[in-house]
Design a binder for this molecule. Structure first.
Ligand SMILES: NC(=O)c1ccc[n+]([C@@H]2O[C@H](COP(=O)([O-])OP(=O)(O)OC[C@H]3O[C@@H](n4cnc5c(N)ncnc54)[C@H](O)[C@@H]3O)[C@@H](O)[C@H]2O)c1
Length: 241
């Protein structure tokens, strides 16, 4: 049985990724700070393990991976999906908001990767890390504030470092960088900003979480074995110049 960790599992994208990986035959350990929301998921399957963990706490992450290794003997895939977008704008971003943004979006993924590569040691085949980045790190026409952009750019540099570092150990590491995807995270935007951002999407509509989940599935499938170190932009071709 292949074991996957999906962080932010109770959110919009996390639920879709979890459902897709379970359908693909993996056992998913779904991690989220919102324990109550996790308990509403996948109650009719034993292919899902809910784990209520605050991913800004490195000790809690270490404990999580210790439990995973003790129960399953290791790990085959990690999807760093937990994240949020704080909306204060430069130059008036409070110091603690910058810290929280980096902790939730970047430090969490960094600590999970450190634990995951150890838990992946000795597992068969090509193991996978998929980091959910954002188009906001690359498109400077859209609304994203700089601390959000920077948290995702940092994540994508981590992707490339780990891809190179672990290529011969057969751990493939990639980022998916979606644009507007319809999830509860849309609530951080005003109606006006949201409408303009969706109007800028070439298909005239936001993307759906199951469309992103299909790309996660592809990278974790055998087709993804030969792909590592890439930041894959998912945006309907919006930013092609
Ligand atoms: N929705 C979009 O348009 C969009 C676009 C680009 C990138 N993203 C990225 O996709 C990822 C998923 O976002 P979403 O749109 O599904 O948002 P969401 O708010 O629906 O889900 C995020 C989940 O992360 C969890 N989380 C937040 N802080 C946590 C913590 N400290 N510990 C554990 N879990 C925590 C939340 O409880 C929530 O369930 C994020 O990294 C986001 O930056 C989203």
């Amino acid at each position: 049985m292949r074991i996957a960790v999906v962080t932010g599992a109770a959110g919009g994208m996390g639920r879709a990724i979890t459902a897709r990986l379970i359908a693909d035959g993996l056992h998913v350990v779904g991690v989220d700070i919102d324990g109550a929301a996790l308990l509403t998921m996948a109650t009719d399957t034993d292919a899902f393990t809910p784990e209520a963990v605050d991913l800004t706490d490195p000790a809690a992450i270490a404990g999580l991976f210790d439990r995973i290794t003790a129960r399953f003997g290791g790990l085959d895939a990690l999807v760093n999906n937990a994240g949020t977008c704080f909306m204060s704008d430069f130059p008036d971003i409070p110091a603690d908001e910058l810290t929280r943004q980096m902790q939730i979006n970047f430090h969490s993924a960094f600590h999970c990767c450190q634990q995951a590569v150890k838990a992946m040691a000795g597992r068969p085949g090509v193991r996978k890390i998929v980091n959910i980045s954002s188009n906001g790190a690359y498109n400077f026409d859209v609304f994203d504030p700089p601390h959000y952009r920077a948290s995702k750019a940092a994540m994508d540099t981590l992707t490339k470092d780990l891809a190179r570092r672990y290529a011969r150990d057969k751990i493939a590491v990639n980022s998916l960088a979606p644009a507007m995807t319809e999830t509860p995270l849309f609530n951080v935007l005003t109606a006006d900003v949201l409408a303009r951002a969706i109007a800028a999407m070439p298909h005239g509509a936001a993307m759906q979480p199951d469309e992103i989940a299909a790309w996660v599935s592809h990278l974790i499938s055998p087709a993804g074995d030969i792909c590592s170190g890439n930041v894959i932009i998912l945006n309907q071709g919006r930013d092609v110049r």
